[in-house]
Ligand binder design. Sequence first.
Ligand SMILES: [Fe+2]
Ligand SMILES: [Fe+2]
Length: 321
Amino acid sequence: MSIADPSAMNRRRLMTSLAATGALGAATLAGSEAKGATGVTESGSVAWTQAHNNNHVLELQAAGAGPSTGEVTVEYWGHCAIKITSPKGFSMIFDPWRNDPSGYWGIWFPNDFSKPVVDAGFSTHAHFDHDAINLVQATMLLDRVPGVFQFTDVTVTGVADKHACEAPGWYPWTNAIKEFGGDPCPPNNPGHMDMVTYVVETGGIRILIWGDNRHNPPDDVWQRWGRIDVLTLPVDGSQHILSYDQANGIVARLKPKVVIPTHYLCEGTSLTLSTLQPADEWVNAQKSKKKLDGATLKLNAADVAKMNGEFLYFGNNVMKT
Ligand SMILES: [Fe+2]
Ligand SMILES: [Fe+2]
């Protein structure tokens, strides 16, 4: 390739971003896929294959919004996948995962995500361990959407920011982007290093889905998050996304009532090949913590208000279908 050849440069840029996300590779996804004119795999919607329909959404729509009081259910579906069900029963799953379809990043998960039925599916960013929205049966999908979504007793506020771009742990995974000629950090990062975090407000509780966001966003982002009662954070023993110090700094700034670790090695759900480790070391170092004995957590606003930085750790407890 000549460096002066603009088409070659464009191809190289495309390959760089795809290789870094794992989006480059053979047509292995379920559903409708075909090779596009570029020779790169393109994926299309698979929603037309769903047996599930929108009857539940129609029921909620007919019932109207009204006050949101009662229990909020939080379920852990492994890695960064969290399902939240509002008191009125509106269900959302965030960051369903899959294996890297290119194979560049190895096999992280021994099984496929199990296509749970939910009202809405969300993804924070276009990395394989967060973007398997084709593996949920959802009436609606919101992929990397900033702004406000409001339905029934749920308001979700998407806040755009950037991915963590300097690996703080022993595994310098961000170097792989540089080795392909890209810059992982803003402002010239490839699109797969863009992020949308979500603040989910329901039942009087505000839950922040952090995804793989950087630890040091600008003030505007902190202000948009506002009060956070329940904070999910990607922390594992290898400090793959956030270091312990970075995560502790976020907790100190947001002062959540509850902290839920994500993005760690889960026995039976994720593999050592991911290079991740459990989150036990970080959790054990906290003043106030509880290791949950199941994959489901029921929260109500009154109980949450009495907590003060309580770490609630799902460990290896993951929902199975
Ligand atoms: Fe990521
Ligand atoms: Fe991730």
